[in-house]
Write a protein that binds this ligand. Structure first.
Ligand code: SF4
Ligand code: MG
Length: 323
């Protein structure tokens, strides 16, 4: 359904060119959940913003690639058509509901507005649909709360409202960028469960962008791991958990607490993600990689097919896989 191919994005700053996305490819099918995983600065949000066409601020520029939605390239479409697809067929959920919602408009009106603008409904019918949606995302006493303002809801409830906004027009695809990161842990799990349940029910595709490998295990079908603007590993979630084929993925797995790995020390990956204005030559991960050798400092590892469903951009993926 959505096929991102060799996407490239730069940011021009006073200090130089930041190469934020350097040839990223991933695809998500109808009804599938893809997790895009990476540390901050890995290019995962920028990729999503390029896909959604909201990359204007700061001065980002798409310098290459294709974003095929149902076979047609969004990057080369007429603006009005692109806007229609991005409004009705693809929706986005952000981390921070408070800054995405209008603080001075009751949430019911913001939800209702979707139906007024895109479906030509009357205000009264739109408000009824807003209540239905608030019910659907399990906001207690939706009918009584439809006139409340965003600040009158808790963080978790606001994030449910964002989900309701995204669902309103029943899009084919939702892109959720760190949708639960601002919430505390128990609320995170509830919101993630709700999102997974609604995705199934509406048979949508979901792209879940996160820095937290812990939240994706139960909801994602596939994972694409990003580092320095590239996909370093892509695999079905269970394969990746069972045996990562990239040292970076292995590092991420080793740094989350797991019951089945009792006795193993928790290692965080040493060092910091690279400056995107000065990405290390060869494999961008080499300064932090425990398995790095000479070739890693000079040759960019191409994406190697590990099997039919997996890929790894590591020269030594075989050793990693069998380690
Ligand atoms: Fe490590 Fe080399 Fe593989 Fe990069 S290519 S992840 S530096 S072993
Ligand atoms: Mg981000």
């Amino acid at each position: 359904m959505l096929d991102v191919r060799d996407l490239r994005v730069e940011f021009r700053t006073r200090d130089g060119v930041a190469r934020a996305v350097n040839g990223v490819s991933w695809a998500v099918d109808a009804g599938e959940t893809l997790a895009v995983l990476g540390e901050s600065g890995s290019g995962k949000s920028v990729t999503a913003q390029a896909v959604m066409g909201i990359l204007d601020v700061p001065p980002g520029r798409i310098t290459g690639g294709e974003v095929l939605f149902k076979g047609r390239d969004l990057l080369r479409m007429k603006e009005d058509e692109r806007r229609r697809i991005r409004g009705a067929e693809m929706a986005m959920i952000f981390q921070d509901a408070l800054s995405s919602l209008n603080p001075v408009v009751p949430v019911g009106d913001q939800l209702g507005e979707m139906f007024v603008v895109h479906r030509g409904m009357s205000r009264k019918d739109a408000r009824a649909r807003a209540v239905e949606l608030m019910d659907r995302v399990r906001i207690p006493a939706a009918r009584q709360r439809v006139g409340d303002y965003p600040h009158q809801f808790s963080g978790g409830m606001r994030q449910r409202i964002m989900i309701a906004m995204a669902l309103a027009l029943e899009p084919a695809l939702i892109i959720a960028d760190e949708p639960t990161t601002a919430l505390d842990v128990t609320v995170q799990a509830q919101v993630m469960d709700l999102l997974a349940e609604l995705r199934r029910e509406y048979r949508m595709g979901l792209v879940l962008i996160t820095h937290d490998l812990g939240v994706v295990a139960d909801v994602a079908d596939r994972i694409a791991v990003m580092y320095a603007g590239r996909i370093v590993e892509s695999a079905p979630v269970h394969d990746l958990y069972r045996a990562p084929a990239h040292p970076y993925t292995r590092g991420l797995l080793d740094s989350i607490p797991r019951l089945d790995r009792k006795g193993h020390a928790l290692h965080a990956i040493k060092g910091l993600p690279p400056n995107l204005m000065d990405i290390p030559p060869g494999c961008a991960f080499h300064p932090r990689c425990p398995a790095a050798r000479d070739v890693c400092r000079t040759d960019v590892p191409p994406p190697h097919p590990v099997d039919e469903h997996r890929g790894s951009a590591c020269h030594f993926w075989r050793e990693c896989l069998h380690d």
